[in-house]
Write a protein that binds this ligand. Structure first.
Ligand code: AFP
Length: 335
């Protein structure tokens, strides 16, 4: 593959050489167009009517930002009449989204978090869009919620965009991870990196330490050992970063290594974690595994967990393989 080719050329190449279905390529092209439009809205900042609250709450009970609602709408509009998807689900909608009556149904289910890291919107820090494509079960023309409750291993494609200094699209079709940058002059995503790889060993971690008192002992142990640095049992110093947007923190992990944790904590006994499994954890977990890293709840591989509900939450520990395995070992020795 050649650096500098456009996303469309890459998808064309995948259809020719790896039998990528034209409809799946179509879903990705539609998503790329939606991301370009969201990127434009984000770039308006205070000059557009895009900042602040939408005066509504989502299914998670979180106050929706205007940009959460706008981005959700942009993605729905780019897919609902394409004929490529059968139905969609999003962090911002309580139920699954069925296509308008009369529109052709495709073979795919699209799930997405339209604007991850909403609390960063009004302070002009990194935010992103996360998406994933699942197969629509054969013979299903009008999908229902149980059709979306598939383990992450079923994902046919996963990706995210980060709206940072540049808008970056990171994508996997299950054959490694590629990174594209939006060339605003021509309105095209251009391939800038192939085979993103996360080094097995990490020296950087990301976790919200304000939740320390709620963590389980294995997570406390791991972070305590990171804090101890070269003088502690790990025998090396660690660096810490926290962006407050999973998509940005995980983009750093995919770009320069380390580990990201939003583990189980005891704040709410009903909640296995904070992050949502189907449209947040699963897509990033697939990208991390495809880049040679590992993605775990601490006790199981994220991609093997079968979700019970559309908005199910899950504990997330992912990134450098050796670090994730060590945290899993701490969980094993602490039933
Ligand atoms: P929002 O999109 O609602 O801001 O949530 C972002 C997020 O789900 C995830 O992207 C971050 O890693 C995490 O929440 C940040 O959580 P804290 O508020 O604990 O920092």
């Amino acid at each position: 593959m050649h650096h500098g080719i456009t996303l469309s050329a890459f998808l064309h190449h995948e259809q020719r050489l790896h039998a990528l279905s034209p409809d799946l390529a179509g879903v990705i092209e539609d998503m790329a167009r939606a991301i370009k439009q969201i990127s434009h809205l984000v770039s308006l900042g205070a000059l557009g009517d895009v900042l602040g609250n939408a005066n509504a709450t989502n299914i998670q009970g979180e106050a929706q930002k205007k940009l959460d609602v706008l981005a959700n709408d942009v993605i729905l509009r780019h897919h609902e009449r394409s004929g490529h998807v059968a139905a969609m689900a999003s962090e911002e909608m309580e139920s699954i989204y069925l296509l308008p009556i009369g529109e052709q149904r495709g073979d795919y289910l699209l799930v997405f978090d339209p604007l991850d890291g909403s609390t960063n919107i009004d302070i002009n820090l990194s935010i992103g869009t996360i998406f994933s494509v699942l197969p629509c079960p054969p013979g299903v023309n009008e999908p229902r919620e149980p059709d979306f409750l598939q383990p992450g291993r079923n994902q046919l494609c996963a990706g995210y965009a980060v709206y940072g200094q540049a808008t970056v699209l990171v994508l996997t079709l299950g054959r490694g991870v590629l990174s594209f940058t939006l060339d605003r002059a021509v309105g095209e995503f251009v391939l800038v990196q192939e085979n993103l790889h996360i080094a097995d060993e990490g020296h950087e971690y990301a976790i919200n330490t304000s939740n320390w008192r709620y963590w389980d002992p294995p997570v406390r142990r791991y972070i305590e050992e990171c804090h101890a640095g070269a003088a502690g049992p790990r025998g090396k110093d660690f660096n810490m970063r926290w962006m407050g947007a999973m998509v940005a923190d995980c983009h750093r992990v995919l770009s320069r290594g380390g580990v990201f944790l939003y583990p189980h904590d005891s704040r709410d006994p009903q909640r296995p974690g904070k992050l949502r499994q189907i449209y947040e954890a699963n897509p990033i977990a697939l990208l991390v595994e495809q880049a040679g890293g590992a993605a775990s709840t601490g006790r199981a591989s994220i991609l093997d967990v079968v979700p019970q509900t559309l908005h199910q939450r899950i504990a997330v520990i992912m990134g450098a393989r050796d670090e994730v395995r060590l945290i899993e070992a701490y969980h094993e020795s602490c039933p």
